[in-house]
Design a protein around this ligand. Structure first.
Ligand code: ATP
Ligand code: ZN
Length: 297
């Protein structure tokens, strides 16, 4: 089946850690996705000219680089490893999506009491990310043997394949279960939206831009809150200072309460109870924090 060139195509992971949240992000962006059966390779957005292609995450950079899919959702770890093998960029990251967070880390046997990067000299390190590991070692002037494995990297020390490993970690539970501990940080990753650098026609580019604007709206509202509070005018400066990630709050007079104002602001960062307590201490009262459903800036 050759792709329908009147529609946009987005490559997302078929099944794995990123699949559900990738689809949810598209739904949150207002797309009505046709239900794809378990073995379907594609699905269609019914109310937007977009087709979804379900592939292995490792194939997503290739699909986007070749322009088979104009867009893709994939972890920065997979993208960076692929990009390091290219002579020239073939895609660009257009949005960070805030899920699929993990880090590529060096781990050593727990029995190791002390670690310094120079201890990697002359050692064998097992990884599925040989290019990123090679760059890490090169930047530190370390010479080590990289043993490339497709999976089950955490078993390498126990099997006597390598003393150290360089693998993705989110909670560290897998490492711990294998008697390993993190000793160094190589790369921090989250899921991102990527766009091909292959020229695309104007109509496609416009659709892609519209989708991107919606996706940015979704990711921007994920943490954002709308705050409304009352405050004495004299406390305005202090209060604005405390509001997390708010720019140019709206200030309106309160009828019948001279010297007092209502402040309204979009806060781009999480609002914690602690923030509310600080606002109150600075003179704010009647503080309301509301979720934002949609936002277009
Ligand atoms: P595929 O079948 O698509 O090749 P996979 O087994 O390679 O799947 P997953 O384990 O589903 O991939 O991970 C997909 C992505 O999820 C990773 O590339 C990474 O960006 C992200 N991720 C988040 N947390 C973790 C973690 N703890 N371990 C591995 N990947 C993680
Ligand atoms: Zn994979």
């Amino acid at each position: 089946m050759s792709p329908d060139r009147n529609r946009l195509h987005i490559a997302i992971q078929k099944s794995g850690r990123l699949s559900d949240q990738s689809k949810q992000l598209l739904r949150d962006a207002g797309l009505k996705l046709s239900e794809a059966g378990k073995n379907h390779l594609t699905a269609r957005a019914e109310n937007f000219p977009l087709d979804l292609m379900f592939v292995r995450d490792d194939d997503i950079p290739t699909f986007v680089a070749d322009g088979v899919c104009e867009l893709g959702i994939v972890g920065q770890n997979v993208l960076e490893e692929y990009a390091l093998g290219l002579n020239a960029p073939r895609f660009e990251q257009v949005a960070r999506l805030g899920f699929g967070r993990c880090s590529l880390k060096i781990a050593a046997p727990e029995s190791l009491n002390f670690f310094s990067p120079s201890m990697l000299n002359g050692q064998r390190i097992a990884t599925s990310y040989p290019r990123m590991l090679a760059r890490f070692l090169e930047q530190r002037g370390i010479e080590a043997d990289i043993v490339t494995m497709r999976g089950a990297v955490e078993l390498a020390p126990r099997l006597g394949i390598a003393r150290f490993i360089c693998d993705l970690v989110s909670t560290g539970a897998t490492l711990e279960a294998n008697g390993l501990a993190v000793v160094d940080d190589v790369f921090d990753s989250e899921a991102v939206l990527v766009r091909t650098l292959k020229p695309i026609d104007a109509a496609h580019a416009e659709k892609a831009h519209a989708l991107l604007t919606r996706i940015e709206g979704v990711t921007a509202t994920a943490e954002s809150k709308y705050i409304v509070l009352n405050a004495p005018e004299s406390a305005l400066a202090a209060i604005t200072e405390i509001l997390p990630g708010a720019e140019a709050p709206t200030v309106v007079p309160l009828i019948g309460r001279p010297g007092h104002v209502a402040v309204q602001a979009v806060c781009q960062e999480s609002v914690f109870w602690e923030t509310l307590e600080r606002l109150k201490a600075a003179g704010a009262s009647a503080i309301l924090v509301m979720p934002i459903e949609k936002m277009m800036v």
